[in-house]
Design a protein around this ligand. Structure first.
Ligand SMILES: *[C@@H]1O[C@H](CO)[C@@H](O)[C@H](O)[C@H]1NC(C)=O
Ligand SMILES: *[C@@H]1O[C@H](CO)[C@@H](O)[C@H](O)[C@H]1NC(C)=O
Ligand SMILES: *[C@@H]1O[C@H](CO)[C@@H](O)[C@H](O)[C@H]1NC(C)=O
Ligand SMILES: *[C@@H]1O[C@H](CO)[C@@H](O)[C@H](O)[C@H]1NC(C)=O
Ligand SMILES: *[C@@H]1O[C@H](CO)[C@@H](O)[C@H](O)[C@H]1NC(C)=O
Ligand SMILES: *[C@@H]1O[C@H](CO)[C@@H](O)[C@H](O)[C@H]1NC(C)=O
Ligand SMILES: *[C@@H]1O[C@H](CO)[C@@H](O)[C@H](O)[C@H]1NC(C)=O
Ligand SMILES: *[C@@H]1O[C@H](CO)[C@@H](O)[C@H](O)[C@H]1NC(C)=O
Length: 336
């Protein structure tokens, strides 16, 4: 069952009467809207918009396209400010989004570049790459990546990178990404528009068949474990896209800051027991965080639940028991 928060909601006040109804059935999307795309729950202010013109989201920028021709269906962000990328999870708590990352790849043969695939990431919606939850990686024995930031926070542009070299693949330790075969480094705060371009010093002439590829990506380091086999794995790109997500931060964009947002009760998203934070990186916006003590999301999932049959979370942050159809009782003890 999808976790529902008790208090600490991210739902405009005008829905609360409706929301209490849908919350009881694990639903935090806008009432009347599809709340899941395949396995992914899409909470408001995000909304699934297959030609509905933003009716299910805060506005067009928060539209998620659910591709129903895939099995299971999968959600994508593809609005005017984003290049198409796949969403793996949207969380209200912490306002994070997991998405499929892009992996840059170069292939070398006999001192020549056989193929060259850079990454171009562009998302100028209310999202940026989390600097605390991602790292920039380069994999290879004769490789460097240039992270070219077209626009970072406050309009600056810059470059940084990560270099890795090794003369003998047999010297590499599995699981250790410290510069030999694998380089990792921190990224700056506020990335949303960047390129990853790979280069090589000697076109892999000194490492040959042991390492015909160079790879680079930005992703969650807790999901990636470097292995010597990566240096010669032609399937590294698909493997990594499938297993190492990139973590994005999202924020609410319809008001410049908390003070202005609070002025419109019908759209203000941070409810009781949540705190509003100004999002200062770009042109403004805000995020909501639960106050201490209200982070408990899914009461029903805790170990001490006493319901004999069904359990649901309540708006007051607790849980209640109820009986399935055809049973009676107070929910704590149902009889048929
Ligand atoms: C969530 O809401 C949608 C639309 O109102 C509805 O179709 C769906 O059944 C609800 N899901 C649950 C688990 O109640
Ligand atoms: C996704 O949904 C399919 C069925 O639609 C299910 O078989 C699969 O186990 C689910 N995957 C995850 C990761 O939940
Ligand atoms: C859905 O995915 C298929 C297969 O990748 C693709 O051909 C199609 O264009 C996608 N449709 C939409 C609406 O994104
Ligand atoms: C993404 O949006 C662009 C422009 O609106 C459109 O041309 C393209 O087909 C969309 N791609 C997918 C996969 O929906
Ligand atoms: C690497 O290969 C490219 C073409 O594949 C060539 O232009 C370049 O000079 C080579 N660099 C070195 C250092 O051999
Ligand atoms: C790499 O190291 C192995 C074992 O240490 C050694 O047998 C081999 O000759 C070395 N290869 C090169 C090219 O130095
Ligand atoms: C590293 O892992 C690969 C594949 O899992 C394995 O074949 C290799 O023996 C390991 N190398 C070392 C030094 O443990
Ligand atoms: C509050 O926001 C709604 C929806 O955007 C808008 O229609 C309304 O005029 C706003 N009210 C105020 C007082 O700004």
């Amino acid at each position: 069952m999808f976790a529902v928060r008790g208090l600490c909601l991210l739902i405009p006040l005008v829905w609360l009467s409706l929301a209490s109804l849908s919350l009881a059935t694990s639903n935090i999307s806008k009432p009347g809207c599809q709340h899941r795309c395949g396995n992914v729950t899409i909470p408001y202010p995000w909304g699934i918009d297959n030609g509905r013109d933003g009716a299910c989201s805060l506005n067009e920028i928060y539209n998620v396209i659910c591709n129903n021709t895939l099995n299971p269906p999968r959600p994508f962000l593809n609005h005017s400010r984003s290049n198409n990328f796949e969403v793996l999870e949207i969380s209200i708590e912490g306002q994070h989004m997991l998405a499929k990352s892009g992996v840059a790849a170069n292939h070398y043969e006999n001192g020549q570049i056989v193929s060259l695939t850079p990454v171009h990431f562009r998302e100028t919606g209310p999202l940026s790459i989390s600097d605390s939850k991602n790292k920039l990686f380069t994999i290879g024995c004769d490789d460097y990546v240039v992270l070219g930031v077209v626009f970072a926070s406050r309009g600056s542009t810059f470059r940084s990178g990560c270099i890795t070299g090794c003369s003998n693949v047999s010297a590499i330790t599995n699981g250790s990404c410290s510069g030999v075969g694998c380089c990792q480094t921190t990224i700056p705060r506020g990335l949303y528009f960047f390129t990853l371009d790979l280069g090589s010093f000697e076109n892999h002439t000194q490492v040959g068949a042991d390492n015909p590829y160079g790879y680079a990506f930005i992703g969650d380091p807790s999901k990636f474990e470097f292995n010597v086999g990566d240096l010669s794995d032609p399937h590294f790109v698909t493997k990594t896209i499938d297993s190492v997500p990139v973590v994005l931060e999202w924020y609410i964009w319809d008001a410049k800051n908390c003070e202005i947002a609070k002025g419109n009760k019908s759209t203000y998203a941070c409810q009781d027991n949540s705190h509003c934070n100004d999002y200062v990186l770009f042109s403004g916006g805000y995020t909501c965080t639960c106050l201490p003590g209200y982070q408990e999301i899914d009461e029903c999932a805790s170990d001490i639940i006493l319901c004999s049959h069904n359990c649901r979370n309540t708006l007051s942050g607790h849980y209640e028991c109820y009986c399935p159809n055809g049973y009676y009782g107070d929910g704590w003890k149902c009889k048929d």
